[in-house]
Design a protein around this ligand. Sequence first.
Ligand code: XIL
Length: 261
Amino acid sequence: NREFNSVTPENEMKIDATEPQQNQFTFGNADRIVNHALGRGMKVRGHTLAWHSQQPGWMQNMSGSALRSAMLNHVTRVATYYRGKIDSWDVVNEAFADGSSGARRDSNLQRTGNDWIEAAFRAARAADPGAKLCYNDYNTDDWTHAKTQAVYNMVRDFKTRGVPIDCVGLQSHFNSGSPYPGNYRTTLSSFAALGVDVQITELDIEGSGTSQATAYRNVVNDCLAVARCTGITVWGIRDTDSWRASGTPLLFDGNGNKKPA
Ligand code: XIL
């Protein structure tokens, strides 16, 4: 409450959490977070409506037109339920492959047809016209990476064809294998130049002390330098709560004390 003005549920809005059985929606855990945030004037980032991971079992076992319909129904029902409460939705998460291919990631959703992403965005816009609609991914921080370029080309195509997209989320999980890239500001400004906001959506930086603090400072300064960089979300508060706790990647230690970062 003291340090943040925006909140993202780490798991509570994912598909397995909100639609554990087909057409049976459960919003209790997400509502506790949303109500806490809105009651204190904080914004909420919704995460996430369509993703290959953390699907409920019934969806994992679906394919083809039945899966396409179920995905669109999920987008519609969840975005409608939260209409007016969400600042930005991660409509589609992690739809591109890693490596040099620049291709879409294979998944049951991708196999329903290459247009599944734009179909999800159109459904989200219809359900909640006031929310900003984001595409969110990782390993899209380095401007030279094929995956970054592939997402950039998709967003440019969407803007050209009028597919409703308002923002690009860069997860920005940094560690020694995937370090903060020196061209990060170029990535942020290049996406912004397409006419979308950019948001840093799941920031964590493995390390400690001065070097970790320097990396956090660089990320924040890069966002501040780009007018359309409209938010920085860290993926947890205390190191001990992080999904990568062993890397002590967050801003507060296990006792809740502020770190140099
Ligand atoms: C992670 C959560 O932090 C973990 O608690 C969970 O077990 C798995 O998912 N990219 C995303 C996030 O978009 O949803 C993931 O969150 C981390 C990677």
